[in-house]
Design a protein around this ligand. Structure first.
Ligand SMILES: Cc1cc2nc3c(=O)[nH]c(=O)nc-3n(C[C@H](O)[C@H](O)[C@H](O)COP(=O)(O)OP(=O)(O)OC[C@H]3O[C@@H](n4cnc5c(N)ncnc54)[C@H](O)[C@@H]3O)c2cc1C
Length: 385
């Protein structure tokens, strides 16, 4: 497909956020939409490297509501896009071993129940009963979300690309945006390694690279790239297909069933921001030891695959969604801080509403506005790992 010279809206970044944004704009008949991804295929960066977890239990109402909109969209994804999201409601079980975490999660439950999010509070014995293969003598409590679980990241990004393309989106791979064009202080288009595209509206959906793209318009987009790594194991027949997603919250360690084995990750809290994506073997050893301490069968299995990718972290662990007030025509949909896959349906829908209607009607996303950082009006999310 050749590079168009003009567009109504250009979206920079073909991960799940850019793909969802393009689809939702096209569904609303937003005109000529061009989605640009620099790599040879869509979803090749954070989206393709994610663990596939989807959940509703957050500490802030805005995150919970973003999840509710998104989980409902995963439920009807096939009817809407023609592709299977493979949303499996195996549940998330947060295991809480510290008193402070148990108190914090317990205090969130009123909000969860008020929003209609199904939630079960477990005492330590119930956690141990549900996870007989795990060593959780120190579990004080657990929070279980029965509607949480997994979805297929590859299918979701491709589903949005295909459905968007059927609605007229020009989705192009192998095109890198190298500059943002401003005229009289407002957005006028993009420069790419294959030529310019004139457009009055540009969306930055470049994940961990959004800060670099923002700088092309002189804008400070406070998104930091932070490495996260995972591995999958050789077959673990003792773990059943519907085994829940388990998080040892105090250590940022998590497991879920993946194919015939397990997937496990452990977020390193002091990982410095950087763009490198090689597996840190020292950290992998720490991770393996922690994993075996919680799930002794890990000592008998091997690593099947390992990889690292980037979280796109903002200072308050919430996304940045909305217009960049200093640059009319420029919009941000980025900074999902490690939960962008699960929030991608809501992110695309809400930014499409912000662009086309001036203000989203599905949910008030003003707390996510880009200028909150300079205003010092930050949010705080406890349930991140
Ligand atoms: C190990 C790991 C596990 C994770 N687990 C989960 C999970 O269980 N659940 C969950 O919800 N989230 C998870 N995440 C987070 C999730 O993957 C991200 O939040 C989400 O994929 C962000 O999507 P995105 O489209 O913003 O970014 P990306 O998928 O990174 O897409 C951005 C795209 O922009 C492109 N781009 C950048 N600059 C340019 C340019 N100048 N021109 C053109 N294209 C450009 C990049 O090539 C990239 O493809 C995980 C992330 C990692 C790394």
């Amino acid at each position: 497909m050749s590079l168009p010279q003009t567009a109504d809206i250009v979206i920079v970044g073909g991960g799940v956020i850019g793909a969802s944004t393009a689809y939702h704009l096209a569904k609303r008949g937003a005109g000529k939409i061009v989605l640009l991804e620099r790599l040879p295929y869509f979803g090749a960066e954070s989206t393709g490297k994610c663990a596939g977890g989807v959940r509703a239990h957050f500490d802030t109402e805005i995150n919970c509501r973003m999840s509710q909109i998104s989980l409902a969209a995963f439920d009807r994804f096939e009817a809407e896009t023609g592709a299977e999201a493979d949303y499996r409601k195996i549940g998330y079980l947060f295991v809480l071993t510290r008193e402070a975490d148990a108190a914090a999660f317990r205090s969130q439950m009123d909000m969860h129940l008020r929003l209609g999010i199904r939630t079960e509070w477990l005492d330590g014995d119930e956690v141990r009963r549900r996870l007989p293969m795990m060593s959780f003598d120190d579990a004080r409590a657990g929070l279980f979300g029965p509607d949480d679980g997994l979805a297929d990241n590859g299918s979701v990004v491709q589903g949005y690309i295909s459905a968007g393309s059927r609605l007229g989106v020009k989705a192009l791979t192998g095109v890198e945006v190298t500059g943002l064009r401003l005229e009289a202080g407002r957005m006028a288009g993009v420069e790419t390694d294959q030529g310019p595209i004139a457009a009055p509206v540009v969306v930055i959906a470049a994940g961990a690279w959004s800060g670099l793209v923002g700088r092309m318009a002189g804008l400070d987009v406070p998104v930091q790239p932070v490495r996260r790594q995972l591995f999958t194991t050789t077959p673990t027949p003792e773990i059943l297909a519907d085994w829940t997603f388990v998080i040892d919250f105090a250590t940022n360690l998590y497991f879920h069933r993946e194919g015939t084995g397990l997937l496990s990750g452990m977020s390193r809290a002091d990982e410095p921001p950087a763009f490198h994506q090689t597996v840190d073997e020292d950290w992998e050893l720490t991770h393996l030891e922690a994993a075996a301490a919680r799930l002794p069968l890990m000592e008998r299995v091997g690593i099947a695959r390992r990889w690292a990718g980037l979280y796109e972290i903002t200072p308050d662990h919430h996304p940045i969604i909305g217009p960049a007030r200093d640059v009319p025509g420029l919009f941000l949909n980025t900074g999902f801080s490690g939960h962008g896959f699960m929030h991608s349906p809501a992110a695309g829908l809400l930014l499409a509403e912000a662009i086309l209607d001036g203000k989203p009607s599905t949910l008030d996303i003003s707390p996510l506005r880009p200028e909150r950082f300079r205003e010092g009006d930050l949010l705080h999310e406890y349930n991140v790992f």
